[in-house]
Design a protein around this ligand. Sequence first.
Ligand code: ATP
Length: 254
Amino acid sequence: MEEPLIEIRNVSKVYDSGTVGLKNINLTIQKGEFVVVVGLSGAGKSTLLRTINRMHDVTDGDILIEGKSIIHYKGKELRKLRRKIGMIFQNFNLVKRSSVQRNVLSGRVGYYSTFKSVLGLFSKEDKQKAVDALKQVKMADKIYSRADELSGGQQQRVAIARALMQDPKIMLADEPIASLDPLTTKAVMDELKELNRKLGITVIVNLHSVPLAMQYADRIIGLRAGELVYDKSIAEVQETDFDSIYEGAAKENE
Ligand SMILES: Nc1ncnc2c1ncn2[C@@H]1O[C@H](COP(=O)(O)OP(=O)(O)OP(=O)(O)O)[C@@H](O)[C@H]1O
């Protein structure tokens, strides 16, 4: 079998406050998978995603990407790792007063010296790349709009275009549709699915909605209180499975 793209081995994360974010997680993700992570608020979904791109360091265990341990990466190695991994957030994280073009080009910053990126000296190739990325998310006509003139769904698609500028192998999306209405939710989820299918990017998405998870995932992972309590391919998933992840946890809190 092919080498796994991501291997999480016995990973635990305890925050400085003493809160346990993750408890002994073991998880292997293959190239090309579309994985949805579900679980109650506070279950550790964001923590899990953020350990994969080293926004958070783990307390214990190891994470391998393409067979290499990443947990001690620093400087150049860490920058190279982060280029491979695009990230999408609930609140889009765009520079609201900047143009769509500028926001998308900023996804390329990891490839430039600080000097050039501060001055906005982007190459002609990268400007064309930004147009292509915007075409991919069907936002090319908004290239000169200001980010804050766009709807939430449009902003999220620009954020996806920005992440595509990195030529990522992995796309991490942390509640990407939490602040969107059903119609724009569909546009954003369809976009993530398309770049998984068409561009072969491995996608890991945190979602609260089980029906959406079932609609889009190849595989669903469930977290509860920092532990991995569920891991099935979509063909094996049954909606009642989630009672133990959601209702069971609710009972515990009573
Ligand atoms: N920076 C932090 N410092 C301390 N504790 C944190 C930090 N980030 C998260 N936590 C705690 O770690 C646990 C897991 O949080 P996490 O945000 O990963 O959960 P989540 O499943 O993503 O929840 P949500 O759906 O609300 O985003 C929670 O108890 C949370 O309060």
